[in-house]
Design a binder for this molecule. Structure first.
Ligand SMILES: C[S@@+](CC[C@H](N)C(=O)[O-])C[C@H]1O[C@@H](n2cnc3c(N)ncnc32)[C@H](O)[C@@H]1O
Length: 215
């Protein structure tokens, strides 16, 4: 379903432009944030509830939220602007080239929350856990940096577990029903709220970028 272009989109984006990274090479994240704190990234941030909440709870961590749809990302930027957060920046771009934009080993953790599952076989390569994306993540993640993934889609979860294992990641804390587990500190995203209220189980895994493993 195509979303209608938001009213005044350009002027709203302009108002938040100080929060936005240009889609070029970002050579120094220390310069961007004005400190040397670790940088976590969320890919496919949607309307930004997750990044806003996690950044509020973790002022000593910097966050980059990546979203390819500006119409959606503008809501996330406005949320972060309203909360007066200084530790969040946005990149409006397709994550497929993320390894060319950020320096090697500059990101400590990546969050993939309810990524589009692209269930049809011919769209497999658009999945954010396809090897074409994982190769990019491997470049920018520090050794033993982690990817934290949550989804309600079992097939996408299975696909992702296999893809992680084939691309140099080891797995930990695999969970098949997050909301019935004893996991503490979960930040519920917009999509998570919707799916959990329908009684669907939420799957979660942490994938560790293991430098000892070859792709
Ligand atoms: C299903 S929504 C989930 C939004 C949010 N993470 C949540 O849990 O509520 C997935 C989001 O990922 C974005 N997305 C999908 N593929 C992407 C890509 N290759 N690069 C950047 N963003 C992407 C979509 O535009 C969409 O906003």
């Amino acid at each position: 379903m195509r979303m209608r272009r938001k009213k005044n989109l350009d002027s709203r984006l302009e108002k938040c432009s100080h929060l936005r990274l240009k889609e070029e090479k970002v050579s120094s994240l220390s310069e961007v944030f004005g400190n040397d704190n670790p940088v976590y990234m969320e890919i496919g941030c949607g309307k930004g509830k997750f990044v806003e909440q996690i950044a509020l709870r973790n002022p000593d961590i910097n966050f980059i939220a990546v979203e390819m749809v500006s119409n959606v990302c503008v809501s996330a930027m406005e949320l972060v602007e309203a909360a007066e957060l200084k530790n969040v920046r946005f990149l409006i771009a397709n994550a497929e080239n993320i390894g060319e934009i950020f320096a090697e080993q500059s990101i400590s953790r990546i969050y993939l929350n309810f990524s589009c599952p692209y269930p049809k076989r011919r769209y497999t390569k658009h999945r954010l856990t396809h090897e074409r994306f994982l190769k990019q993540y491997r470049k920018i993640l520090i050794p033993y940096g982690e990817i934290h993934l949550k989804t309600d889609k079992k097939e996408f979860f299975e696909f992702s577990l296999n893809s992680f294992c084939e691309c140099g990641f080891t797995l930990k804390n695999i969970c098949f029903d997050l909301h019935s587990s004893d996991f503490e500190g979960n930040i519920v995203t917009e999509y998570e709220q919707r799916f959990a209220s329908q009684g669907l189980p939420i799957y979660r895994v942490e994938a560790v970028n293991d430098p000892r493993l070859r792709e």
